[in-house]
Write a protein that binds this ligand. Structure first.
Ligand code: AMP
Length: 427
């Protein structure tokens, strides 16, 4: 079907005032939480050199990057997340570590659009650069939990460790040069199902028998103790990455208790995340009621090698949540913040010759910090009052010739309907 030229392109959407007002309320709440965690707001550039974007994020996302050449022939791309840009910013500046930055902004991915998946979408994103402490990982998870709780969403966080999964892949016999491929396939498990993951693995030269063993091991989930027990009972669980990963998970488990968010968190080895830059703990947050939204509300993890790609070897961990997905859940649960954009005053006239007086009254009100709209359509007074009521104006100032002779205007309270005469100078 040909696309309608006058509609946004596939996967893009416009934001109308009601949604924009709700978004702004959501952003304010997120900013409050970021402040509680002592994160400072930044924004990396929307357009990056293609090499910056492709440095370590992986072939899956590379296919989704919007690329173009500028007039001088530079190959550029639109950002697909905020992590890459922030990592590059940290590498090219000298802020004392740890750097704790957040950003709320839009990004672009050429994916197949579907519910909760757009080609242009917004994320709230927080990153901690410079700390290898498991408390930094736990703080990111706690931030995600606190954000969901602030919006009164019932949710759960599922966590894993890429090191553990890599160790399992090595034990199963996946060759070193196929590990990243295996991760990319496993990440699609939820989306395309086991059979298709195995087909994809075979296409990438991974023995499906070994692939199946990996998928079986990734069914392990539960408390830290459950995971430890199940992993230790796997055959040949002697790869050095396995005890190292388990130790991190054990420490994470404890740290989450200190932050008071452990009740929301479960280990689930099938969570590996799609981007190649992750190196350790990874996690995803979901609405408990998956019928409202099956895909993740937020996700993140440790990516210790990424900043190094841009010139400074700095460990890092972070998380990002989708604004549109958050709004979908809030809408479905009737929890979308309702925000009023109504002005304090509507300035109406009895005859259009008085528009100049209306303009100076509106200006005076605005200087006093009151929101005011004046009539611009040359309508009858009754239609102007209807407009005032529709936009929710609290009061209407009616500028009429008779009252103006005495330097006065009528002020009508829209709720009570009461009208009083007020001197223009006293407005
Ligand atoms: P990611 O950058 O892929 O780790 O995604 C972080 C979060 O951004 C996800 O948990 C989603 O909430 C959101 N997100 C990712 N891709 C999309 C998309 N195509 N459309 C809307 N939200 C998205």
């Amino acid at each position: 079907m040909p696309e309608n030229r006058f509609q946004p392109p596939k996967g893009m959407r416009d934001i109308y005032p009601e949604e924009m007002a709700a978004r702004q309320a959501i952003f304010s709440k997120i900013r409050e939480i970021m402040k509680l965690y002592s994160f400072r707001e930044v924004e990396p550039t929307k357009i990056e050199h293609f090499e910056t974007l492709a440095a370590k994020s992986g072939e899956e996302i590379e296919k989704e990057i919007y690329t173009f050449e500028d007039k001088a022939g530079r190959k550029l791309g639109l950002r697909f997340d905020l992590t890459v840009g922030m990592a590059r910013m940290v590498a090219s500046s000298a802020y004392p570590l740890p750097v704790r930055w957040f950003c709320i902004a839009d990004m672009f991915r050429y994916e197949a659009p579907q519910k909760g998946r757009y080609r242009a979408f917004w994320q709230w994103d927080a990153e901690i650069f410079g700390s290898s402490s498991i408390f930094a990982d736990a703080e990111c998870i706690a931030l995600g939990c606190d954000a969901m709780s602030a919006f009164d969403i019932e949710f759960e966080v599922r966590m894993s460790n890429r090191k553990l999964v890599e160790g399992i892949m090595r034990v199963v016999g996946i060759p070193k040069n196929k590990i990243l491929d295996a991760f990319r396939c496993v990440d699609k498990l939820q989306k395309i199902g086991k059979e298709n993951v195995l087909i994809e693995m075979e296409k990438r030269g991974i023995d499906p028998e070994k692939g199946e063993k990996v998928l079986d091991a990734l069914k392990i989930s539960g408390t830290y103790k459950d995971v430890e027990e199940s992993v230790k009972s796997l055959n040949n669980s002697d790869d050095p990455l396995i005890p190292e990963a388990l130790k991190e998970m054990c420490m994470l488990d404890k740290a989450l208790k200190f932050f008071g968010v452990d009740k929301h968190c479960t280990f689930d080895l099938s969570i590996v995340r799609g981007l190649d830059y992750y190196t350790g703990i990874v996690f995803e947050g979901y609405a408990t009621n998956r019928k409202v939204l099956g895909s993740a509300l937020f996700g993140g993890g440790r990516y210790d090698g990424l900043v190094g790609r841009y010139g400074k070897d700095v460990p890092a961990v972070g998380l990002a949540g989708g604004v549109e997905r958050l709004m979908e859940v809030l809408k479905a649960e009737g929890k979308l913040p309702s925000v009023t954009t109504a002005p304090d005053y509507f300035v109406a006239f009895v005859t259009p010759e008085l528009m100049d007086v209306c303009a100076s009254i509106a200006s005076k009100l605005r200087k006093r910090g009151m929101a005011a709209e004046m009539e611009l359509m040359d309508r009858s007074l009754s239609k102007q009052l209807k407009r005032a009521s529709r936009i929710g104006a609290k009061k209407v100032i009616i500028v009429g010739p008779k009252e103006l002779e005495k330097d006065k205007v009528k002020v009508r309270d829209m709720e009570s309907g009461e009208e009083v005469l007020v001197e223009v100078n006293n407005l």
